[in-house]
Design a protein around this ligand. Sequence first.
Ligand code: FAD
Length: 311
Amino acid sequence: TRMDRVYFDPDKNAVCVEAGSQVLNVYERMYRTWGVTIPAGTCFQVGVGGHVSGGGWGLLCRQMGLVVDHLYGVEVVCVGADGTATVKVATREPNDPNRDLWWAHTGGGGGNFGVVTRFWFRSPGATGTNPAKLLPQPPAEVLLHATAWPWAEMTKDRFARLVKNFGDWHTKNIKSGTVNDNLTSVLWLNHKSAGYIGLVTQVDATVPDAQKILDDYLGAITAGLDVANEPMTTPMGEVAAMPQLAGPPRMPWLQAARYIGTTNPTLNDPTFRSDFKSAYYRKTMPTAHIDEFYRHLTRDDLVNPTAAVQV
Ligand SMILES: Cc1cc2nc3c(=O)[nH]c(=O)nc-3n(C[C@H](O)[C@H](O)[C@H](O)COP(=O)(O)OP(=O)(O)OC[C@H]3O[C@@H](n4cnc5c(N)ncnc54)[C@H](O)[C@@H]3O)c2cc1C
């Protein structure tokens, strides 16, 4: 699509993103132009049309919230009961008669209320008319870490321990206001045919003791696990093998976003087709869910190394 412009709209005093944009274009344009971003997802060619409407989760979300926390308004082509298409603009302003339509696009999912043509972004409480101050600034640099555990040593109990540790840390850290806001992490529970389970973590490298924040986190995730973690030498779900992230390297944020988003064998294979389903957990997943993850991820009748539960 050519509807992929990202520009400042003085009428709305917000950064406008046309609905055909892909997340990496949005990152590039917002950051290079104003030094700001939205905390969107990792894979470069995810379209904002479905992504924003569904909430939008990414590697800055524990620091900045979801994408829709910064959504000021939407422009939507809606069809009325009489079959007439009209363009509606809906914002989060309390007195906006279309406010419900804006709200519907803060997690209601794509394709449910009309065709979105534009999104406008401005963080709540942002003041002034300088776009550089209307959205959050990403960290100048991040630590990007990747590690993995071999399925060969992953008993059912160890698997449950790892997933529970991950859930417990996030439940404990659900409230913002601590140093742990600076860390966001993804656990890749791959099918056993992938060989490994992986963990990718990004930490704001500009905060004091960033390495300690990461080390403490890894300590909590591996507590009582009894299986050594290794560099990530195989692909995980949609991301590539990243053994060089065992360090972890410190790199500019945009470079990290480009790296995670584009060095991606699944996304870069034009013959590949995939199906994704998402949901939000607010606390540790129940044991019954963990058991079901384990049952399906260790099935022998399915051999698909890219099948994964990503938490
Ligand atoms: C490889 C990959 C990686 C992902 N990574 C992340 C991630 O890191 N974080 C995250 O939160 N999510 C992630 N997702 C999930 C992603 O946010 C959703 O799949 C999202 O729906 C993709 O939107 P799309 O517009 O690209 O997809 P499409 O399949 O084109 O659209 C999805 C739905 O939205 C509708 N839709 C699309 N555009 C519009 C529009 N302009 N107006 C109205 N409805 C529209 C479509 O009709 C469809 O129902 C990922 C998905 C994939 C495939």
